[in-house]
Design a protein around this ligand. Structure first.
Ligand code: FAD
Length: 434
């Protein structure tokens, strides 16, 4: 079977078989149950942001592109009020106290107290602004949890599956990601990139291309695996029903080498590459993730999530052959320039997601790019370096250096969940072909 891949995964040191076994037996079951929990189920996103690159060409009217809104009553209490993070940033001592505490301390001299408070408050705001600015410099995505237009979406209510989004609009998105924002071999200007020409590129550019191609494969595997088989029963169910299931023919059309000019299996290999990249980011951030509160306001469930995360990270850490990001961006000024270029290309890719003409595809596209951007931030911002993935203790220094927003954690784990599900679904297509 063309989808039974063999041998080593490109730019990594482990085999496809190892990943299949590791994912399908160990990761997939733990992760699937974790992603059903409220903490990971509600994702805050702005689907109404204007496309910054071209006039909106396709406000999608396809019924399967519709995103079910979240009722306020469904959102866990703890998420509504933007529960403050579990104090991962140590403020410099000058800014340590609340405005009230500062005012109280200065009570003996009202005027001076008032002055101090005002200066401290202004300085604190300035500090917070610079902190946000500094953090944004590490970001690979243009996303903001505080975005006024952002709303919670229930991911379980809106599963990623076939929507019917295709044609000019979908191609324009993929095309602009590959041709304008992906690094590409110089001689290719107007057609999709051939895998063979990727090998002549430097490691960093190959990584970028393989990551995008892996994401493209994953999205297309999901739509084949949850394909609209029949529209029967649509009048009974609201939101629109229909029968969803695997479509082997569609899968073959997209990945069979005979139908894809020999490229299909390579695109599937890129899925494995992306999986290893995100797995490594999870391992690197494991001590940090282990210390998150995962607060939703539901004590029982929050405890279960912490335990679930602990089990998940234990499996993640046990993988024998992680992707080695330390071989990238080495070599002085040239490497720094390349890293900045890499980041800018990726930030552009994240903005292109606002141009996707199908809300459901946009939701999952944005989430997965956000998750991948978070993985890249963990791998390349330098702030996780020196943290021992095997250790469950987060040092004071590490705590103060790094912070992930809740939405980044939700995106990261869900994005990895999508890749894990794709690899699991590949196994099912293999079985069907047998
Ligand atoms: P496309 O998948 O559009 O691919 C275009 C061309 O890219 C192909 O002809 C091939 O040359 C090349 N190519 C294909 N796969 C790869 C790869 N893995 N690596 C490198 N090159 C490749 N549709 C849904 O039904 N549900 C969804 O949830 C959904 N989400 C989407 C999210 C985004 C961000 C985008 C841009 C599209 C999404 N789509 C979704 C649409 C879907 O991805 C396809 O674009 C659509 O089904 C049309 O497929 P196609 O056969 O024309 O080829």
């Amino acid at each position: 079977c063309f989808c039974k891949l063999k041998g080593r995964i490109d730019d990594c040191s482990c085999n496809v078989d190892t990943v299949d076994h590791f994912n399908n037996i160990k990761i997939y079951p733990v992760l699937s149950s974790l992603l059903n929990k409220d903490y990971f189920r509600f994702y805050r996103v702005n689907l109404k942001q204007k496309c910054p690159f071209w006039a909106d060409d396709s406000r999608c009217a396809m019924r399967y592109c519709h995103v079910e809104p979240c009722l306020d009553a469904d959102i866990p209490e703890g998420l509504k009020g933007h529960q403050p993070k579990n104090a991962v940033i140590e403020e410099p001592s000058a800014f340590k106290y609340s405005k009230e505490a500062q005012a109280a301390e200065c009570d003996h001299d009202h005027e001076l107290g008032y002055l101090n408070t005002t200066i401290s408050a202004a300085a604190y705001e300035e500090f917070a602004r610079w902190k946000a600015y500094d953090d944004a410099q590490d970001n690979f995505c243009v996303m903001n949890e505080e975005d006024k237009g952002a709303e919670y979406v229930d991911l379980l209510l809106n599963p990623e599956r076939y929507t019917g989004y295709k044609g000019r609009s979908a191609h324009r998105i993929w095309n602009s990601i590959y041709l304008e924002n992906c690094f590409r071999p110089k001689d290719i200007l107007s057609s999709y990139i051939q895998s063979s020409s990727i090998n002549g590129m430097c490691l960093e550019k190959r990584v970028f291309y393989r990551a995008i191609s892996g994401l493209h494969s994953s999205i297309n595997i999901h739509l084949c695996s949850k394909y609209l088989l029949s529209e029967k029963n649509t009048f009974i169910l609201d939101p629109p029903g229909g029968q969803w299931g695997q479509n082997l023919e569609e899968f073959q059309r997209r990945f069979d080498p005979e139908k894809t000019n020999g490229e299909g299996p390579q695109w599937l290999r890129n899925l494995y590459f992306l999986y290893l990249l995100e797995l490594r980011a999870l391992a690197k951030a494991a001590p940090y993730l282990e210390h998150e509160e995962y607060y939703t306001g539901n004590k029982e469930e929050d405890k279960e999530v912490k335990l679930g995360i602990h089990d998940f990270l234990k499996v993640v850490r046990s993988f024998p052959d992680h992707f080695n990001e330390s071989t990238m961006f080495n070599g002085g000024q040239q490497a720094r320039k390349l890293k900045e270029e890499f980041r800018q290309h990726f930030r552009n890719t994240s903005r292109i997601m606002d141009c996707v003409g199908c809300d459901k595809c946009k939701l999952w596209g944005k989430l997965q790019i956000h998750g991948l951007g978070t993985a890249l931030k963990i791998l390349f911002s330098g702030k996780f370096d020196g943290m021992d993935p095997a250790s469950q203790n987060l040092t004071h220094v590490n705590k103060s250096k790094f912070q992930l927003e809740r939405s980044e954690i939700v995106a990261l784990i869900n994005a990895f969940g999508r890749l894990s599900t794709s690899i699991h679904e590949l196994e099912q297509f293999r079985d069907m072909m047998r």
